[in-house]
Design a protein around this ligand. Structure first.
Ligand code: C2E
Ligand code: MG
Ligand code: MG
Ligand code: MG
Length: 275
């Protein structure tokens, strides 16, 4: 809400008490028309097997080409879209576009490859999300087993029962769920225990000093071992060097993703087709 600051100035505050910058106010406004103006695009980053380096899937990552400001990172505009509620139509667009692109993408990576889509917690917790997923699959003809949804621990804001039930229902459809940015939130271990997830993505904060920080390495090794005991697949994000690749492979991580292999790129760059 607004708070009076001195005589003639007002400041806007977010729900979390942080000040909203003038920049954010303008961007939030522009978000309302961006979808209709087709300013969003999806880029795709490969996820490879740690043992042989073969592409096992892709992650869809949204990009905003702002007509005046150029490329804006999802780290900036996704939180704004969550504040305004725009994340709901935007998230639906991502799901439909990614499922539509999947056929061309997965043709590059073999029949068991998966396409991962990031899902905002607000989108996940909203009634009708399961139906949104079903509609995106039906409209694209994508086999549910090829779709994977990446969620973060904040899906648990309405309790572990609700989240577990929804993940279970998605599983009945054939769609699997991965826990993204693992290790950055609170109470991570109990979530690993309580949620019927299929895959854990180790946050890149654990990867960047994996070769030098022994405590970090111990946590990473512990998570890999625990996840494997629970029949989960482990992915490491943010692999930037060959040494990190080899270290994570040696530690038993199943899948790897990062700039070392490839940066996120438009569909046409990956498939070699021109639009
Ligand atoms: P994320 O889901 O954890 O995605 C991984 C982020 O790490 C991406 O940033 C990717 O470009 C970046 N990355 C990949 N490899 C490397 C590397 O080797 N080094 C470094 N430094 N970074 C690497 P991006 O594309 O800027 O996305 C940031 C976040 O925005 C995502 O984190 C995700 O939380 C969110 N996001 C992206 N696309 C979507 C979307 O379609 N829907 C929703 N709800 N959120 C999205
Ligand atoms: Mg992700
Ligand atoms: Mg992540
Ligand atoms: Mg992240």
């Amino acid at each position: 809400g607004a708070k009076r600051q001195g005589r003639n100035t007002w400041q806007w505050y977010r729900g979390d008490g942080q000040r909203i910058t003038a920049e954010e106010v303008l961007l939030r406004h522009d978000l309302y028309t961006a979808l209709n103006n087709e300013e969003f695009a999806l880029h795709y980053q490969p996820i490879v097997a740690a043992d042989d380096g073969r592409v096992r899937g892709f992650e869809a990552l949204i990009r905003w080409h702002h007509p005046q400001r150029g490329l804006i990172s999802p780290g900036v505009f996704i939180p704004l879209a969550e504040q305004t509620g725009q994340i709901i139509p935007l998230g639906r667009w991502v799901l439909h576009r990614a499922c539509r692109d999947a056929a061309a993408l997965l043709a590059e990576a073999g029949t068991t490859a998966t396409l991962a889509v990031n899902i905002s917690s607000l989108q996940f917790r909203r009634p009708g999300f399961l139906e949104d997923v079903e509609r995106a699959l039906a409209a694209s003809g994508l086999v549910p087993e090829r779709l994977e949804l990446e969620v973060t621990e904040s899906i648990l804001l309405e309790g572990v029962t609700h989240a577990s039930e929804l993940i279970r229902q998605l599983g009945e459809l054939g769609v699997r769920v991965a826990l993204d940015d693992f290790g950055t939130g609170f109470s991570s271990l109990s979530y690993l225990r309580d949620l019927p997830i299929h895959k854990v993505k180790l946050d890149r904060g654990f990867i960047h000093d994996i070769l030098t920080n022994e405590r970090n390495a111990a946590i990473v090794q512990g998570v890999i071992t625990m996840a494997h005991h629970m029949a989960m697949v482990v992915v490491a994000e943010g692999i930037e060097t060959d040494a990190q690749r080899e270290e994570m492979r040696r530690r038993g991580c199943d899948l790897l993703q990062g700039f070392y292999f490839a940066r996120p790129a438009p569909l046409d760059d990956i498939t070699g087709h021109t639009p």
